[in-house]
Design a protein around this ligand. Structure first.
Ligand code: ATP
Length: 381
């Protein structure tokens, strides 16, 4: 529009009046910013919304309310006094289109960043879960390698890395159980996969012995290790599992010895073998500790351990040989025992030993009670 000074300027009034519709344009721009920047929606929705606002406002500026902008141009022309002004309705339309395009591009970028953020968060969550699983698995692994109280010590943060773990324990009941005739059974032939089948059976036997330790009544017994066909366990290694009043850890060990003997008989029946077990039990002070930085091994040492091992090695097949100290405890608790007499033990001279013949009345009653409860529970189901 060309208006020169001195010319009469017609300022129209057609209902809606505003001499400066640029204020309205700025309000629309603010609305568009709030729609585009603060709303977390798909960029397509933003595009449609901004497109709709932009189209509506441009139609208003160009078609329905164009005179408002013309009036503004006329007023500006009058006040500035120069010969020419831009036609502001077209300028407004161009600015709004440009602004809409910029906001849409910004919306696209925000959406891409949000999606990436979401994927990274998801990945971080997955990695955190993986780490937690790995930590739990490691804890379980350590708990399987080491007794629970030792595992707790090793997992504690305030433990010095090179510190040797050891503790002296009083009145620990030690068991050695071996299957001497397993070596006769073990042969490496093509028919038994070079001995693997024999090892499979030994593994099943040892796993059965391990499984028995899961029973609540054997909770104070800790497996120490199995070497070849020899199984070693100890009861009362912690204050919590040692019972110096009623010697519950010793009776539990006696029951366990009888239970693994029965278990081997069961294996024999089902595998048509004739394995024989020989068990030795002793009680006394031991030193417990963990040796090695790689593949650390928990073990116990002391004269009481050596004697327990001797009770096994000098014992008889299918029998449980115990020392006089163990006899004194078990006899008081009503376990049937027979005196074997004096036997020669390397490094110890003559020792009076005893054979444990069976369970005490208390144990039989308890076992019958729990069997009855199990049957009732099965019937109830
Ligand atoms: N922590 C342990 N783990 C396994 N076996 C053990 C442990 N401590 C001792 N023994 C066993 O106890 C048995 C008796 O040990 P002792 O030190 O009295 O005799 P030794 O002369 O060293 O052994 P051996 O006569 O069998 O060669 C040994 O056969 C030993 O293997």
């Amino acid at each position: 529009m060309n208006v020169t000074r001195g010319q009469e300027v017609n300022v129209c009034h057609d209902g809606v009046t505003s001499h400066f519709p640029d204020y309205l344009t700025l309000c629309v721009v603010l609305v568009m910013i709030s729609c585009a920047v603060y709303q977390v929606v798909f960029s397509v929705i933003k595009l449609l919304l901004l497109g709709a606002i932009c189209t509506a406002y441009i139609s208003m500026a160009l078609l329905t309310h164009g005179t408002l902008f013309d009036n503004q141009d006329a007023l500006l022309l009058l006040s500035s006094g120069s010969g020419e002004v831009f036609v502001s309705r077209y300028v407004t339309a161009a600015v709004l289109v440009g602004f809409t395009v910029a906001l849409v591009i910004h919306g696209r970028q925000t959406e891409t960043t949000s999606r990436l953020d979401f994927l990274w968060k998801l990945q971080a969550h997955e990695e955190k879960d993986d780490i937690e699983h790995l930590q739990a698995y490691n804890r379980k692994l350590i708990a399987n390698i080491l007794p629970e109280h030792v595992a707790i010590h090793f997992l504690s943060v305030d433990k010095a890395p090179d510190e040797l773990y050891h503790e002296e324990c009083e009145s620990v009941c030690i068991l050695f159980a071996s299957i001497p005739n397993f070596s006769d059974f073990y042969v490496e032939l093509e028919s038994n996969n070079e001995g693997v089948e024999c090892l499979r059976l030994l593994n099943e036997i040892i796993a059965d012995f391990d499984e028995l330790l899961e029973e609540d009544r054997f909770r104070n017994i800790e497996k120490i290790k199995s070497t070849g066909a020899t199984y070693m366990a100890a009861a009362g290694l912690t204050k919590a599992t040692r019972d110096l009043k009623t010697f519950g850890h010793v009776t539990a060990m006696a029951d366990y010895a009888l239970r693994i003997r029965d278990q081997l008989e069961y294996v024999n029946e089902h595998s048509f073998n004739n394995f024989k077990i020989r068990i030795g039990i002793n009680i006394g002070p031991v030193v417990a500790g963990v040796i090695g930085a790689r593949k650390p091994q928990y073990d116990i040492w002391g004269n009481a351990v050596n004697v327990a091992s001797r009770m096994d090695s000098t014992g008889e097949l299918d029998k449980i040989q115990v020392t006089h100290e163990v006899y004194q405890i078990l006899h008081k608790k009503g376990y049937p025992l027979t005196c074997r007499g004096a036997i020669k033990v390397k490094g110890k001279g003559d020792m009076i030993t005893y054979f444990l013949n069976g369970r005490s009345h208390d144990t039989i009653e308890r076992e019958e009670g729990s069997e009855q409860a199990a049957t009732e529970e099965r019937n109830h189901k």
